[in-house]
Design a binder for this molecule. Sequence first.
Ligand code: F6P
Length: 543
Amino acid sequence: MTDRLIDLPEWGALCSHYDELRDVELRTLFSGDPRRGETMAAEAAGLYLDYSKNRLTSETIRLLVALAEKCGLRQRIESMFSGEKINTTEDRAVLHTALRARADADVRVEGHNVVPDVHAELDRMATFATRVRDGVWRGATGEPIRFVVNIGIGGSDLGPAMATEALRAYSLDSIESFFVSNIDGADFTDVADQIEAERTLFVICSKTFGTLETLTNARTARSWLVSQLGDEAAVSKHFVAVSTNREKVSAFGIDPDNMFGFWDWVGGRYSLPSAVGLSLMLSIGADAFREMLAGFRDMDDHFREAPFERNLPVLLGLIGLWYNNFHGFETMAVLPYCQELSRFGDYLQQLDMESNGKRVSLSGAEIEWQSGPIVWGQPGTNGQHAFYQLLHQGTKIVPADFIGFSRPNHDLLEHHDLLMANMLAQAGALAFGRTSDELRAAGVGGALAPHRTFPGNRPSNVILGEELTPRSLGSLVALYEHKVFVQGSLWQVNSFDQWGVELGKELAGRIAGEVSGNPDDSLEHDSSTNRLIARYKRGRRSQ
Ligand code: F6P
């Protein structure tokens, strides 16, 4: 599909529809259809999506689905699942779905079925994780491993960090997990203060094994370990690597036998179900990890097979597009009412913003429509006491996804009922607000009335699962992976490259040589950067 998105008749039909619907209130839509809350819902892979509190009608969905069909979304989905090289700027297939394919599936990259490779690597991870967890794998001094420190950044950190936190109810008590990502030395020293070298396993996680932050932290970790244990040879018992780059792992000094691999057709931000999940597997065990993969697969199957009108990732993607491109809402909030999902917003930020934060189409032409939204959020109820004021009464409209579960992973059921009551109340308050008439009826009027009315008509989705388990987490992550894919497909961008992070890396490499160099060296940046470097050097503490 190479037509300009905004020239399509289906796009034009949505523009006209938007003009008719723009001022319609959610209150009116609900009173006009008493069954709206039942009909505007879909369910798959253990997740129930209520999208009734959105500023749309069944006609909107019909028109959005027609646009998706016209944009060739079905074909795009098949192209991705079947291993076509849809990451055109890197000339790669996009096959994170193969990471959770059944063992008897056949998914080909350049004629080679990759599924047996995926399962062989999973088996190696499982064997290793079981040895560590059972205390069979021991450190150089004979101690079993207690502390697992994942060193990685971006996709090599956010996925396993988010999931390890999310599944802490499933973690082994005798393993404590840590994540070091920032090149800020405070990140490593903070973790080093909490661990003992004799009982620590470092998992150096980097797809390229060339990322400055990760290699700097890994070198510091190695020096720290060797100085603590006084033995260079100890490295082989305390360091493993996760990467696609065997040569660089070897050059770093990690035995390739202690390396777990994946493939260039797995994007960093889509890599949680690959060996990048090793630190998670060390925490929750191989069986729970496989359960998580089954959850991913449940959503993959649904995404590939379900009609678009009932397809959860398609619905989320199209509703997001409706707000992003027609209403002009620029951000979206992710609001999990689940403390264990406290890192889910961070994870989604990379998944969505690194994937769809693009300004040119697949052909390289500048696009003339909005692409990816700004994604942000915090778990409820904390957010209610921070930024919800703006969500309810501010001048900006922020569509929100609420995520909650019927059963908690703890026994404080009273807390859980209150938590969920808050989630449901917030979605209702945003949608329906409080009018001045209602306020008057409650005895509030006069000068305070404008301050205490809530305009409402603020849209949200509610995603409700039964319980946060490895399986439901897998389904939830796959739901958002595919949502991002749906949107990127319609916006005609490549959701699988990330050239936008390169310029800053390159400039930092140049400035790194200058900040530690001779104070009298002349600098050839802009006047602001020159001045800031000079000032930094004057205040800098040398080694
Ligand atoms: O920030 C850019 C990026 O390439 C991400 O896409 C990636 O997840 C992260 O850096 C880490 O890369 P690597 O796993 O190669 O160290």
